[in-house]
Design a protein around this ligand. Structure first.
Ligand code: HEM
Length: 234
């Protein structure tokens, strides 16, 4: 349950919030709301970095058109083993992230409303406002489920491609197609995710410092804001 905390440390108003974000989240410290503790951020950035290594070592393996990228990693042979091992790291951190967040990602009635096709136009024109949006909106929860599923799909098909001698030609063929299709869908999804993370002022800092200003919380996640602050007017 969310709580208030007194700024116990000196310094600027933002500092106590950042310090509290070492090991706690969902609490109000001065003018900041603690959104992501250290562990959440470390796991998320481990997912992000391992995903990017996978992506850029995967491009030159995928098609000679992107072959020039292999030069950044020391050649195609390096890309082949680095891709497989960073893939394992991506799956490992993806699993940690899944375990950490799964309890908060069930879709509520408000989330279903948020992601309803009729809301889509408003969403694209930044006009959605729903007082019932909690810590994560329906779109974020959907990203959680789809990216976790994609991570599992890439792991399973990747293992088949890594040990071609161990599996039937049919399974190898299916895995090859699925690996590419899932990879393309995930890249599109993450492009949208990164865009939203960078385009909305204050959002990226939530994953860097761990805190957001009150106004950000109130605007994007009004129910979460009310739960954390106890402010019924929201
Ligand atoms: C590599 C660049 C990435 C950036 C810049 C980025 C940025 C962010 C930010 C700023 C948040 C917090 C949003 C909020 O406070 O509401 C977030 C949350 C999240 N990220 Fe990422 N992320 C990246 C990569 C990834 C990858 C590769 C995945 C999964 C495969 C992922 C999955 C998630 C999920 C499930 C959440 C929680 C739900 C949400 O807020 O959308 N992220 N990310």
């Amino acid at each position: 349950m969310a709580q208030n905390a007194n700024p116990a440390h000196g310094g600027s108003t933002a500092e106590p919030g950042i310090l509290a974000a070492h090991d706690r989240e969902d609490l109000l410290v001065g003018d900041d709301v603690v959104r992501f503790k250290y562990y959440t951020r470390i796991v998320h950035w481990s997912v992000g970095v391992s995903f990017l290594i996978c992506l850029f070592t995967g491009f030159p393996i995928w098609t000679p058109y992107w072959g020039w990228m292999a030069g950044f990693f020391g050649g195609l042979n390096v890309c082949r083993w680095l891709h497989a091992w960073s893939g394992l790291a991506f799956a490992f951190f993806g699993a940690l992230q899944f375990i950490h967040w799964v309890g908060e990602m069930a879709l509520s009635e408000a989330d279903r409303r948020f992601i309803a096709p009729s809301n889509f136009g408003k969403y694209l024109s930044w006009k959605t406002h729903d007082d019932d949006v909690g810590k994560y909106n329906g779109g974020q929860k959907l990203l959680f489920w789809t990216s976790s599923l994609a991570c599992l799909g890439l792991l399973l098909t990747g293992v088949v491609l890594w040990y071609p001698g161990e599996f039937s030609p049919m399974l190898r063929q299916v895995s090859w197609v699925l690996h590419d299709v899932v990879f393309i869908l995930l890249v599109l999804l993450i492009m949208g995710h990164v865009y939203l993370g960078l385009a909305e002022p204050g959002t990226l800092m939530a994953m860097i410092k761990g805190t957001v200003p009150r106004a950000w919380a109130k605007l994007h996640h009004p129910k979460w804001y009310r739960d954390v602050t106890g402010d019924k007017r929201g």
